[in-house]
Design a protein around this ligand. Structure first.
Ligand code: GTR
Length: 421
């Protein structure tokens, strides 16, 4: 009898745990919630014009995301420097100019170095460009044999032949499918990419990467309101921008920051934090990126904080299974990018990232764009699959899964051309 009872207990507890553990993919189970108003301040004041937005609402929202979600950068670098390590006028079959630039960041006598791989179209004087991180090293985005292989720590990846956390020749070109370089160059754009692991290795360990440069003596991890990895990656993007401003071959007023998935979260935060970025593309960025948290569809705050405790600041944990308490949602992160062009993209099978939540977020951010005289997304009805809606705020949901495809790049190029005219 006793054993039967304990078995029963065991299954009841397991059932309860499961109810919490299973992510919700059922639209009818999305809770009723109110999207926090973009145009009413935390104190309840109405935001009537662009001045109110810029002077009152935007700063308080930025501060909230900085202190409670991504975390603040604790201070300034002591030194910034870069060196063009390699330069070729004859890359990609003569179509592109290639540079590899080593950027060094120093603080408290500690330093890190990351490498920007830059391709520019040869027939354009000062090229507009896309800047974005890659997941597995600069050498994976192209077959180009001249691209250096990073020595930084990498997550293992059987498909790419990455073992022992070391990047190697076997993975050269392993991610060409995600980077439509030929199309980008042919459209007159440049591409700058960086291996994100050089800026901050993607592991729950704060002993390496950018964070440790800023520690006081004996400090082992950031304080609760200080940056996680997403904010560190965003900071790295801004340091890449520092270089691009100095590069006479780049039209630095036309740099669009791009990112897929976790790197899309970083691109959004970089765009919100640094107004020098002319536009932002979020490709399948999901929870903690473009998707509304209060829908609790697919990945949730609790899940992301447990699976990746190093991505956000520790303060964000107060919203684990407690999205109701959030006075903001991710549409207000998107609104921080206004009036600059913003593209949010989803994929039908990428339910974990909540395509509808990503769309609604772009829709709800649009009131701020409209306030600033720009066209956002005017209808709350989800666009048809593979039918992009492209205004200053743009959105598409494409067929297929969590990825970056030629299709995505074709849309970004078409949109960027009109936006950056
Ligand atoms: C997942 C994570 C997502 C997304 C993705 C990725 O495991 O839950 O939020 O960031 O990784 O970056 O590929």
């Amino acid at each position: 009898m006793k054993t039967t009872q304990s078995f029963l207990c065991f299954f009841i507890i397991l059932g309860m745990l499961n109810a919490q553990v299973e992510p919700n993919y059922d639209e009818s189970k999305v809770p009723d919630f109110k999207v926090p108003e973009a145009l009413i301040t935390f104190e309840g004041e109405k935001v009537l014009n662009e001045k109110d937005w810029t002077e009152k609402r935007r700063p308080e929202l930025y501060r909230f995301f900085e202190q409670q979600v991504y975390g603040e950068v604790p201070g300034q670098l002591d030194e910034y420097s870069y060196k063009v390590m390699e330069n070729s006028e004859n890359a990609l079959g003569g179509k592109a100019h290639r540079k590899q630039i080593e950027v060094t960041l120093k603080k408290n006598d500690r330093s890190i170095t990351f490498t920007i791989l830059l391709y520019l179209p040869k027939n354009v004087k000062r090229a507009p460009l896309f800047l974005g991180y890659n997941f597995h090293g600069n050498h994976t985005v192209t077959q180009d044999p001249q691209v250096n292989i990073s020595k930084a720590w990498s997550e293992n990846n059987a498909d790419l032949g990455i073992n022992d956390n070391v990047l190697n020749e076997a993975s050269r070109g392993g991610r060409v499918n995600r980077w439509a370089i030929e199309k980008i160059i042919a459209a007159g754009f440049g591409l700058a990419t960086i291996y994100y692991g050089e800026v901050d290795p993607d592991k729950n360990d704060f002993s390496d990467g950018l964070h440790q440069l800023f520690y006081d003596q004996d400090q082992l991890r950031p304080n609760a309101n200080e940056w996680g990895s997403v904010a560190a990656w965003a900071f790295g993007l801004s340091r890449a921008m520092d270089y691009l401003i100095d590069d006479g071959d780049v039209e630095h007023t036309k740099v669009i920051v791009f990112g897929h998935s976790r790197l899309g979260k970083a691109a959004l935060w970089a765009g919100a934090s640094d107004k020098r970025f002319a536009g932002v593309i979020s490709n399948d960025s999901g929870c903690g990126g473009a998707a509304l948290s209060k829908r609790k569809f697919g990945e949730t705050i609790g899940r992301i904080n447990r699976a990746f405790p190093h991505w956000f600041c520790d303060n964000f944990e107060q919203f684990n299974e407690n999205e109701e308490a959030l006075p903001v949602d991710q549409h207000l992160l998107l609104a921080l990018i206004a009036p600059r062009p913003l593209y949010v993209a989803s994929a039908v099978e990428d339910e974990w990232a909540d395509p509808k939540g990503e769309f609604l977020s772009a829709y709800h951010a649009s009131v701020v764009y409209q306030l600033m005289g720009k066209d956002g997304i005017s209808s709350a009805a989800m666009p048809t699959i593979d039918r992009p809606v492209q205004h200053t705020v743009a959105y598409h949901i494409r067929s297929g899964g969590h990825d970056v495809t030629e299709y995505d790049w074709e849309q970004y190029l078409q949109w960027a051309k009109t936006m950056l005219q």
